[in-house]
Every structure is written in structure tokens, then in C-alpha cells.
Design a protein around this ligand. Sequence first.
Ligand code: PGA
Length: 248
Amino acid sequence: MARRRIIAGNWKMNKTPSEAVELCKTLKDLVKNDAVDVVYCVPAIDIVPVAETIKGTNVELGAENFYIEDKGAFTGEISAPMLKDAGVKYIIIGHSERRDIFGENDILINAKVKKAFEAGLSPILCCGESLALRKAGTFKEWIKRQITWDLDGVTADQVKKLVIAYEPIWAIGTGETATADQAEEVCKLIRDLIAEMYDSATAEEVRIQYGGSMNAGNAAELLSKPNIDGGLIGGASLKEDFGKIVNA
Ligand code: PGA
């Protein structure tokens, strides 16, 4: 079964609501491609205006964060049902910036994956190793451990709808991309792990992205690899270049 490519922008903490609307308008014609899922994962405050602006286009809406309870006394948080109601389809979970800066651990990330599915959102589950682990040669064990913990109790049917983003931390925002072979090696390892944890049909369906300084120049080579089904793009998703990645 051919997996459908998914190119997602991770805007991070960039773009005010009015800037977000402008960016959507700038990218509108550049990201047209019916053969690819195109997603903008935007800051919470941009969700409503972006939802309005992308209506009738091929772009789908994603969010960058939520909390695991449905509602209540959790000052400053937003819930998965709130995102769903606002038109969000995809949700980034386990990004290295949430893990490292905001102290999110695999127990919380696992709870978020399950809550996202319960609310009808599709998680984009991120994993990836630090430069120290890459140099120490233990990064494969690290990735396997992250995925095993983060998917504890998640069913095969859910994993078939999951997107996993392999994002080596040393390549995020640094301009240093993993080579296409390095990226393919880990994406294949993740798919093999899913086959072990579930079965080969599930492994064939789960979509695996590469993320980390993907840009208009390197996207085509990365995306040509058999186990790389798309990209999670930070810096380059805020520019016209994003259209070139969608159409790479
Ligand atoms: P980058 O970010 O493309 O700016 O490296 C990717 C990410 O953090 O998702």
C-alpha cells in the first residue's frame, strides 16, 4: 500500500494572528498539491484565524500543544476537545522542545497520544536523539525506548493513523541536516520496531516523517527514501520555500 506523503509546518512560537493570516495567503497557491497532505501546525492563538483563512484550500490545520484533561481548573491550558472543535486535525506531541524546555516526559507524552486519539485528533509523535547520544552510538536504543514508552497501550488501529516524526535534536534549527541515509536508517528502524510491537500491516501504514533543517534544497533527496513519508518543517515552513518542499 502506498503511503500518502505528509508535509507539516511547525510554526513554533512565530507569527501573530495577523501575520499568520498573511502567511497563509502568501503560501496558498504555492502549497497546492492534491497528492500530498499539507498541514500547518500553528500557535494556539492563531488556530481560529488560520482555520478561517485556509477554508476551501488543500491545507489542514494542526496544533502544537494541549493538556490531557478535557476541561477544568488548569489555568493557561487548552484541551484536545477544544482543538477538535476549532477544526484542528493534527497535533504535535513529544517535540524535543516540549521535552527539554518544558520538562515533558514519556509518561505525559503517552497520555497525550491516547487523549488525542480519544478526541479524534491525529498525533504527530516526535522522537529523536541528542548529539551526545548520536556520538556515543546509543541513539538507536534511545529512539526505540521513546517509541515503546510513548505508544504503551496504543492500539494497532490507532498506530495506523499515527504520524511519527524522527527529529534528531542536533539537526533542529541548526542548519545541519541528517544525511538522507542517516534519516532513512532511523525511519526504517522505527518502522521495523512498529512491525515488532504490532504487525507488518501496521508498520506498512504508519507514516514516518523526517524533521530537522529540512529545506527546499534537501527535501527531494530526503523524501526519495523508501521509509521517509514526509517532513516536519520548522524554519522553512515560515517562508515561500515551504511550497517547494510540498512539491519536492
Ligand atoms: P527546523 O525545525 O526545520 O527549523 O530544524 C524542525 C522542528 O523542530 O520540527
